[in-house]
Design a protein around this ligand. Sequence first.
Ligand SMILES: Cc1ncc(COP(=O)(O)O)c(C=O)c1O
Length: 533
Amino acid sequence: MSLQDHPRAYGAAALTVAFAAGILMTLGFKDLYPDLEHRFQDSLAEKRQQRRAAALRRGMSKKSESGGWLRRSGTTTSTASSSKQQRLKRRQSSSAEAGVMLEDHESNPVSSDEDLDGDDWSLLANSSELHRATPPVADGIAGCIGDTPLIRIRSLSEATGCDILAKAEFLNPGGSPKDRVALNVIRTAEAKGLLVPHRGDTIYEGTSGSTGISIATLARALGYRAHICMSDDQSLEKSQLLSEMGAVVERVPVAPIVDPSHFVNLAKRRALEHERVHNDGSKGFFSDQFETPANAEAHRRSTGPEILRQVAAFSGTRHAHHHLQHQHQHQTLQSPLAAFVCGAGTAGTLTGVARYLKEDAGLRKGIRIIAADPQGSGLANLVRNGVLYAATEKEGTRRRSQVDSIVEGIGMNRMTATLDAGLHLIDDAVSVTDTQACLMARWLVEHDGIFAGSSTAVNCTAAVAIALTLPPGSRVVTVLCDTGLRHLSKFYKKVGELSAKDEANDTTGTVQPDQHGDDLLGQLGLKPRAVKE
Ligand SMILES: Cc1ncc(COP(=O)(O)O)c(C=O)c1O
């Protein structure tokens, strides 16, 4: 019996063959062009992010139009009395009893005819607040490093008329951008055979604390030991944390870099002594964050690209993202961010991100790289006048050999390989006093719920100062380096003293212990942007 003799059987066989061919083609197509699948997923993710950013921008303009955010019970709600708002009002009054401040976002997923009574509290947070892209399963603690959020700081943006966007590096597992550096330094050393896991190898570093904490975090996870040297003027909670994490900690008196007992020199010496002291086949490795190219390179390869992707998605500009994917290094592109503002301790973050934005991504038009410099640091003078010098270094006035500030982690008084390699990328600097940093830290807690470390407070102050020199609507990116939890005993003691002084000097009785006024620029001593006629 042949198929030609039986049209029905012929038809069924033809369908089966066509179906199988279809499946094979689809599979083959995916295997041959996996890139298409990635690009499709990327474009979906990008569209989702752009929609979220657009919703955020719509929400922001909505807010300024109506002034209608819900406040605590007893104050205003927005104008119209729609049923939705009445339901929200009911919600609001019961939430006020619990001391919760709720906000009405336009993109709230609550539908207009939905009954909000009952225990559906979670519905009041809008989807972009609660549902960030769910990250995939991470491979250990090292897999959690990077991809930190970029946060629009509302109060600073409102005060300046610019978008102040801050990279939330304190959300790295080790609590600072130094996780990226520590990981890159360790992987580079492993590739060179300088570190071998589970042999008893020890990583030595001289650090103000953050790099040590990142090294201690990763050392245990990747099969090493950590030995951290730091000066004894750094906050106690950082060295306590290091000890709890299993690192050996040496706190040494403050000394100039030419002194062999300086914490960096000590760490280097301990690494050299390791084999003789331990004599068990293990090696000592000095990670040398001030001089190693692996430091800035970590930021060039991760922090910088993340910032550009996030700003491009926020601003809805496709070209930067497109450019990023297609690597047109030699083009000169208009930047979607007007300034990147960041303090420098080793200058790894500042110069690494700058190199990516200006050189790799080709953003040479309309972008300025700004060093945020604490008092006592010589970097601002180096950037502006070519001499690494701070007024506090004047003969007879110098109180200590480190940067003369209560701010920890940033400020430079000596040229390092990292700074030298990236100095040409820095366009300007903003000097920030300790008092300004304390005021900014207090402001961020009171207005934005951001409990910032001292270097973050310097970064944000400098970002505000720079924003005031830029056209309204510009985007300024800075870094939230670590949280105030690492600065309770020193920096926040000063913040507390400042607040107590303010309250004691207050003759009007208007200064409340947790509310120090709404004039950010006045508090910081900054002049508002001159209004152009
Ligand atoms: C809290 C904190 N912020 C900022 C920095 C500065 O980062 P970088 O060394 O990349 O200049 C450091 C450096 O240790 C730090 O500890």
